[in-house]
Design a protein around this ligand. Structure first.
Ligand code: SF4
Length: 63
């Protein structure tokens, strides 16, 4: 799977970072960074939860 973030929508509120810190990170400029653009299958539930909880619907997954 591949993670896609729409940075136009993202408001850097770090909800996805709380859910999946292995995948998402907020840098010193308060911008979201995707640490793992193609996470392993074992992280799928965290990815799905991040997608579900993002209040801006900025995260999507491509298979
Ligand atoms: S949860 Fe959504 S809006 Fe918040 S930092 Fe992550 S991608 Fe951006």
């Amino acid at each position: 799977m591949k993670i896609i973030v729409d940075f136009e929508l993202c408001e850097s509120n770090a909800i996805c970072v709380d859910v999946a810190p292995e995948i998402f990170h907020i840098n010193e400029e308060d911008e979201l960074e995707v640490l793992l653009e193609a996470p392993e299958e074992r992280l799928r539930s965290k990815v799905e939860e991040s997608v579900r909880l993002c209040p801006r619907q900025a995260i999507s997954v491509e298979e």
